[in-house]
Design a protein around this ligand. Structure first.
Ligand SMILES: [Zn+2]
Length: 79
C-alpha cells in the first residue's frame, strides 16, 4: 500500500504508523473509541509519517481493498 505524503510524496505504508480510526462527525463517544471501521467501503484514519517527515495525516481508505482514497494533512499541522 502506497501513501502519498503531502511533503514526501508516495511512500510505502511501513513508513507510517496507524493511530486510530476517526469517527464520522456526529458519532457518539462509544463509536469514537470502539468503532474500528466506520463503513465497509470507506474508513477515515489518523496516521503519522513516523519514519519520514513526522507529519500527522488523515487518510481515507477502503479497508476491504486497502486502497488509499485521499491523504490530507491534519488541520493545524505545519500550517
Ligand atoms: Zn512525509
Amino acid at each position: 500500500m502506497l501513501i502519498d505524503c503531502p511533503f514526501c510524496g508516495p511512500r510505502e505504508s511501513y513508513e507510517f504508523q496507524f493511530l486510530r480510526v476517526l469517527a464520522p462527525s456526529g458519532a457518539d463517544a462509544f463509536n469514537e473509541v470502539y468503532g474500528r471501521v466506520n463503513r465497509l467501503d470507506v474508513s477515515m484514519e489518523h496516521w503519522q509519517h513516523r519514519h519520514g517527515c513526522q507529519a500527522w495525516l488523515i487518510i481515507e481508505r477502503n479497508p476491504s481493498t486497502a486502497q488509499v482514497l485521499s491523504v490530507t494533512l491534519l488541520r493545524g499541522d505545519r500550517s
